[in-house]
Write a protein that binds this ligand. Structure first.
Ligand SMILES: Cc1ncc(COP(=O)(O)O)c(C=O)c1O
Length: 336
């Protein structure tokens, strides 16, 4: 697998040749090894398969024009993995070991890191392997940690086009206190509403708004944007605290945007988009502009219906830091 990977391959569908793997056994994390990507043996009674003790992360390494490779906010993502592990009572991985696993995988796959605008997507995965089907109320005492890597380009098929987003007022994405945890069950729970919105409304994604309050989509945070202002939900346990969201909000003042973090409703959002913009933020989505909001059978154009100018400014500013064409003033990049 090399950098000749077709750029139109679906996001995440191609893996590099090498992964890192470590096992938690008898109360401690054992040294990791690098091995060829392929099946691993786990017991069919493994805790993760029955009781959902699983969490993961997703972040990117970028190849700069000079050929050097830089990981974006690796420490923050590793900290979020550890936080997810704690929430699910999984053995907490050592931050230094995860960073080492990521670094070694990138080092072995260096030739597979795509040039800009591509990136190498890193996927640490942690799951409980204790073999016991009676352990619904018992935490796993064995676990596995894997780091996979995938060369990626656009997340949304069709590249940068304004997205169609369905406003879901009834179904929740997950149990409210688990929103902040990056665990597989949340994604499985979002799948039904997302597929229904795709089939019925040709929606790209669902924006979960239980009780009329705007939360996030199935795999990205949600920002309402207009000249000089960004509105997004304030941090609480109902949604994933995106590293991209945090980065954009921290860059915002320098780019002339004031940030408003609070609860807001669908009614307020629909008023906002008559002239304003809306976008999804995430490692995969970067900052993807929304062109249409769909509520029930009704469609609402967002601004002009095209990707908004403020969305483009913010997206370009973030990508410039990631690709090394603007200075990394916040110290977000780790050279590997
Ligand atoms: C549910 C959900 N919300 C938000 C995000 C954005 O998070 P980040 O910016 O850290 O990638 C993601 C992507 O990881 C996600 O899966």
């Amino acid at each position: 697998m090399t950098s000749t990977t077709p750029q139109n391959a679906p996001f995440g569908s191609i893996l590099t040749d090498v992964m890192a793997i470590a096992w938690f056994h008898r109360g401690e994390w054992r040294p990791h090894t690098l091995k060829a990507v392929g099946p691993i043996e786990i017991h069919p009674a493994a805790h993760a398969l029955h009781y959902g003790s699983e969490c993961f992360e997703g972040f990117k390494a970028y190849k700069w024009a000079d050929g050097s490779v830089h990981v974006f906010r690796m420490d923050r993502h590793i900290e979020r993995l550890r936080q997810s592990a704690r929430a699910l009572v999984l053995p907490e991985p050592d931050a230094g070991q995860v960073a080492q696993m990521v670094t070694e995988v990138i080092d072995r796959c260096r030739s597979a890191v795509p040039d800009a605008p591509g990136a190498l997507y890193l996927r640490p995965l942690l799951f409980g392997t204790m073999a016991n089907i009676g352990a619904a109320s018992t935490p796993t005492d064995e676990a596995c940690l894997v780091v996979l890597a995938s060369p990626v380009w656009d997340y949304f098929a069709g590249g940068a086009r304004p997205l169609r987003i369905y406003l879901e007022e009834h179904a929740t994405r997950c149990a409210s206190r688990l929103g902040v945890v990056k665990t597989g069950g949340n994604y499985a729970a979002a799948l039904g509403p997302t597929l229904a919105a795709r089939a019925q409304h040709k929606a790209d994604q669902v924006l979960f708004c239980p009780g009329g309050e705007v939360q996030e989509t199935g795999a990205a945070n949600f920002l309402a944007i207009r000249d000089g202002e960004i509105l997004t939900r304030g941090l609480d346990s109902t949604f994933l605290h995106g590293v991209t969201r945090d980065s954009l909000l921290r860059m915002a003042p320098d780019l002339g945007f004031k940030v408003d973090e609070r609860i807001f409703t669908i009614a307020e959002l629909l008023a906002w988009v008559t002239t304003g913009e809306a976008a999804l933020s995430g490692t995969a989505a970067v900052l993807s502009g929304v062109g249409t909001l769909i509520r029930g059978r009704e469609e609402f154009r967002v601004g002009s219906g095209a990707i908004g100018p403020n969305t483009q400014t913010l997206r370009a500013a973030l990508l410039a830091i990631q690709h090394g064409t603007a200075p990394d003033r916040h110290g977000w990049l780790t050279r590997v």
